[in-house]
Design a protein around this ligand. Structure first.
Ligand code: PLP
Length: 427
């Protein structure tokens, strides 16, 4: 099936009893055992089935199968939100003394997790000076457990050269983990280019309506954990916390996602509510349609901003002179996502007046909604970073970020124009 069809039908065989056309919301904590032997077999992973909704739920399972299919993975795990997906992606393969190597252009809470929280758990983050493989590779050593990037950085808008990063990680027997939130599998499928693990904040474009938090991890099934057993003993040696299961034996190519579920989720409990999974599935059905409109509106908004002398600069990879345009062509079919940043010629003060004068664009911290949204990253999403860290993450003090929605383009352009007029300064 093509992406448009998977987004609507993937992972759901009509419930044989109810024949429900919509995916049912299984609002239950637990599932009945037929007998003591059945319960024991479930716990021993000898038979498949549901046990308890902290480790699996049929509604969530449809969303997991659907997104795994969209990304081309062998399995997926839904969690409560995107940052939990980032945390579990790392926690599944790290222990005290390990390090990860990351690009510097990251979503703010991911940066904080890597720079401040993981080190307190004994996992160091080595931030490269750029997203270029030649800056990443020298940082990988015997204790490195993952290379990490966002396929399209939020808010930097940089595009990771996934094939090159995967090649440099794989040369050292290390997996590449990619946050694909901004691009979505409609624009980019990182696994096709060598990524081993893909994650999403489902809260953004996939949900698409600003109603529901969610996160997901997708396992490509391609990383050879056994061949790299010295680095990843937790994958191919008996797991003491789960009666000595060996993930690579039991889950075979889906070992990573099996461990994420039975170690991270089972014991620390970031869980997606089944009602949330249902709402996210509604959003997912129209994702391909919405993304096409997001991309087109963003291209037009970026061009409009750039043509106005009251705007000093616009960063959007739809411009042929953008340094990442070549990678947008290569990895995203030339379709730059609808996140863009810009600064006003009048600097921070004019930007603040413009921000306050917008009527249709909603001032908030979020992105990927059908509605157009505006954010000031330096004072919100990236506030905890020092000015130097902000600069490395691609955030400047005057920078405004748009997440362009799917409204009529003329209404968006008119709102921008009236806000520029209100902010003062001659055209
Ligand atoms: N990854 C990216 C790229 C994000 O932009 C965000 C949130 O903005 C997250 C992860 C975290 O997602 P959530 O808010 O669902 O925890």
């Amino acid at each position: 099936m093509r992406q448009e069809t998977i987004a609507i039908h993937g992972g759901y065989d009509r419930d044989p009893v109810s024949k429900s056309v919509a995916v049912p919301i299984y609002q239950t904590v637990a599932y009945a055992f037929d007998s003591a032997d059945h319960a024991a077999a479930l716990f021993n992973l000898e038979v498949e089935g549901n046990i308890y909704s902290r480790i699996g739920n049929p509604t969530n399972n449809v969303l997991e199968k659907r997104i795994a299919a969209l990304e081309g993975g062998v399995g997926a795990l839904t969690v409560g939100c995107g940052v939990a997906a980032v945390d579990y992606a790392i926690s599944t393969v790290t222990e005290t003394g390990a390090n990860i190597v990351s690009v510097p252009q990251l979503y703010g809470a991911t940066y904080t997790l890597f720079a401040h929280i993981l080190p307190r758990r004994g996992v160091a983050t080595r931030f490269a000076n750029s997203d270029q493989p030649e800056d990443i590779e020298p940082l990988i050593d015997a204790d490195t457990r993952a290379v990490y990037c966002e396929s399209v950085g939020n808010p930097a808008g940089n595009v990771a050269d996934i094939a090159a990063l995967a090649a440099c990680a794989h040369r050292h027997g290390v997996p590449l983990i990619v946050d694909n939130t901004v691009a979505t599998p409609i624009l980019l499928r990182p696994i096709e280019h060598g990524a081993d693990i893909v994650l999403h904040s489902l809260t953004k474009f996939i949900g698409g309506h600003g109603t529901t938090l969610g996160g997901i991890l997708v396992d490509s099934g391609r990383f050879d954990w056994k061949a790299n057993a010295a680095r990843f003993p937790m994958m191919s040696t008996p797991e003491p916390s789960y009666h000595d299961v060996v993930y690579t034996d039991h889950y075979k190519e889906a070992a990573y996602i099996g461990r994420a579920r039975t170690v991270c989720q089972r014991n620390t409990g970031s869980v997606l509510a089944p009602l949330s999974a249902f709402l996210l599935l509604q959003g997912l059905e129209t994702l391909p349609l919405r993304i096409a409109r997001h991309v087109e509106n963003a291209r037009l908004v970026a061009a409009h901003l750039r043509a106005d002398p009251r705007i000093a600069w616009v960063n959007h990879a739809s411009f042929p002179d953008n340094p990442y345009h070549g990678l947008v062509v290569r990895y995203l079919g030339g379709q730059a996502p609808s996140i863009m940043t810009f600064g006003l010629a009048g600097g921070f003060a004019a930007g603040k007046r413009f921000f306050d004068a917008l009527r249709l664009f909603t001032r908030l911290v979020n992105m990927g909604d059908a509605k157009s949204l505006v954010t000031h990253p330096a004072s919100t999403t990236h506030r905890q970073l020092t000015p130097a860290e902000q600069a490395r993450a691609g955030v400047s003090p005057e920078m405004i970020r748009f997440s362009v929605g799917i409204e009529h383009i003329d209404d968006l352009l008119e709102d921008i124009d009236q806000a520029l007029d209100a902010a003062g300064g001659r055209r």
